[in-house]
Design a binder for this molecule. Structure first.
Ligand code: GDP
Length: 140
């Protein structure tokens, strides 16, 4: 498996509880390298655009409101098999179902306030990275 890049968001529930460093340590311990990072406040338009795939889901409004409720840290992670590795380190969407040692098991509050986002496939990763970063902001 070649070196890949994936996209990550540390969500508002985690930045509010000052967990940014602990979450990044989980990525780094798993062999993922942070090659781009910025702390931003998402606009409603950005959050709606980013999560457009979930537009018809009953929780869409709640999800958008949550994602703009506080600062987030958007990041590009690089490493061997980065997309799958990041999903593994994140754990299941619902923290009640997440495996021990995963970010969501240790830190998430609920299925909505679940501390991190991670791309689900290489194609999605490329689109999500482009949504928030220009090429010159990514330094490998
Ligand atoms: P992920 O890829 O593991 O993040 O999960 P999904 O793509 O299925 O969902 C995207 C995000 O929507 C999740 O990370 C949650 O923040 C949120 N979400 C998913 N299901 C629910 C739900 O039942 N209720 C609420 N409030 N949010 C949800």
């Amino acid at each position: 498996m070649a070196i890949q890049r994936t996209f990550s968001i540390i969500k508002p529930d985690a930045t509010a509880r000052n967990l940014t460093g602990k979450i990044i340590a989980k990525f780094e311990d798993a062999g993922l390298r942070v090659v781009a990072s910025k702390r931003i406040r998402m606009t409603r338009e950005q959050a709606e655009g980013f999560y457009a795939v979930h537009k018809e889901r009953p929780f869409f409004g709640e999800l958008v409101d949550f994602m703009i409720s506080g600062p987030v840290v958007v990041q590009v992670l690089e490493g061997e098999d980065a997309v799958a590795k990041n999903r593994e380190v994140m754990g299941a969407t619902n923290p009640a179902e997440a495996a021990p040692g995963t970010i969501r098991k240790e830190f998430a509050l609920s299925i909505g306030e679940n501390s991190v986002h991670g791309s689900d496939a290489p194609e999605t990763a490329a689109e999500e990275i482009k949504f928030f970063f220009s090429d010159d902001e990514i330094v490998g």
